[in-house]
Ligand binder design. Sequence first.
Ligand code: ZN
Ligand code: ZN
Length: 643
Amino acid sequence: MTSGTVRWPALNLALHSGDHCCPSRMLLRKCYRETDLEVPLDSGRQNIRGLNRAGLLFSPGLVVPAHPSRGWSRHSRPVPYPGGDAWAPHLPVVCGRSRSLGTVLGTVQESQPRAPPAVRAPLAMAAPSRLLIRGGRVVNDDFSQVADVLLEDGVVRALGRDLLPPGGAPAGLLVLDAAGKLVLPGGIDTHTHLQFPFMGSRSSDDFHTGTKAALAGGTTMIIDFAIPQKGGSLLEAFETWRSWADPKVCCDYSLHVAVTWWSDQVKEEMKILTRDKGVNSFKMFMAYKDLYMLKDVELYTAFSQCKEIGAVAQVHAENGDLIAEGAKKMLSLGITGPEGHELCRPEVVEAEATLRAITIASAVNCPLYIVHVMSKSAAKVIADARRDGKVVYGEPIAASLGTDGTHYWNKEWHHAAHYVMGPPLRPDPSTPDFLMNLLANGDLTTTGTDHCTFNTCQKALGKDDFTKIPNGVNGVEDRMSVIWEKGVHNGKMDENQFVAVTSTNAAKIFNLYPRKGRIAVGSDADIVIWDPKATRTISAKTHHQAVNFNIFEGMVCHGVPLVTISRGKVVYEAGVFNVAAGDGRFIPRKPFAEYVYKRIQQRDQTCTPTPVEREPYKGEVVTLKARGTEEDSTAGTGKQAHP
Ligand SMILES: [Zn+2]
Ligand SMILES: [Zn+2]
């Protein structure tokens, strides 16, 4: 074996499809689903460890492409890997057969003399300080260009053509060939609930599994919610969520904080969270009566405080009173199954609350962000409000963009129950297309998932009463592919708008831009190398989300994240993770995001009503008698009329 660690430009290789000329097709297919497989080569000279999903063979110190799109590669040009001390030769790989396993495998043949073996960590464990993504199409929300991207110390250091020195890669530089692929800002999921204690249970994805799944799907940042109980401290809730997340997160994260009750303490804590803790968004619930729900006047005061401190007000927009009454009605009709969940809170319940929230926020001149837009009716309300000039943003989620509420009528109880979330998915099957169109034209702005997973046994808490089914669905891993498939592949939006709605707009609203949501010099090195042509089939059997059901089961998605880079490090590549719990960081966010607040502040200056200048009225004024003393109310003393 050559001494230098090498890395082959694996990104030039198609994902294993099983339709190539290699006689080992069937076996490779089997291996395709397995990682960390130890495979002896028939040459007996070198073991290759790990045949992963992209058909890459891993060994300590060597990565070779096991499966080029047409037969085995004989011509791939390796480049040095950090920690390597020599330029590797061409290492042709040919098909062979291992007698010991009776399996057909690639064989590494040396074309240069062997150097003394060096002890190294497997490639996937190395942590390069510098990384060069070569020749990909770099896509931002406004512009695409073919360029190299140099990452160093966790940020984008350079962007341009031909950044690789003529003499080849210097030691310590990992080169990823992205020719023919897209290089996108890592996704930002604006809405997750990891390890969330809710409805008597706790969501099954914690901050470790949830953020790993995010990375596998091309998402490099999530924003979760710290949610205090009524009467509880917002600051304590925030610290509790931090203590859960910090040791476990595999990608960067931030926290919205919920306002579930109102008092002077809440008001003060909102200020402290914004000033000292990096929180610039607060979520208010108009649903979950007696648990989280606020009254209109409380919304008014909470929105007012948001504006005072420069935060974005978020609402869960559903009429909680109507839901409570509707639920009683459905149960009295003997409807106890998951369909009752939708029937007790139809679209209009969401649309009404959406309009009410917009009306209240508008009265305060506070920017408003409607989380989880689930229906055409609510989306239309938002689109209309934007046309009326309101500063309001709508966030559809992977679920509302990728599937619909007809599943609530599925005959299998567990199937129907796994779609239960609030607000519910809508039975109108034209909903996902409609929401995607609005996302494409800018009427809706960001995308989250409301990722809040519960296994079947947890959902079964409500087997006899739909109101007890823990609300929540998956999506953190699926969002990017679902939007690519239904949005870009279907021709509704282009690659730039895809970036806008999956990261850039969120970064702007939550004041992370251009650190996040953009590939530019100085931005965080959170990047996904995306294959727009490859496909994958979403399934609970293969996903990384810690839940035994996937609401997108069987969906074939174009658009596959090949490599996910977080904080400048390859953390996921072709089915293999290289990330540890706690590798992610909490990202604080400053108040008064310009993208949101410039218009708000300008309106305060120029659009605040002012009184009309008039001469004082000097005529007669009727005097009112004290009530009940005189029948003739027009009689007066004159004293009050002419003070
Ligand atoms: Zn909600
Ligand atoms: Zn939520």
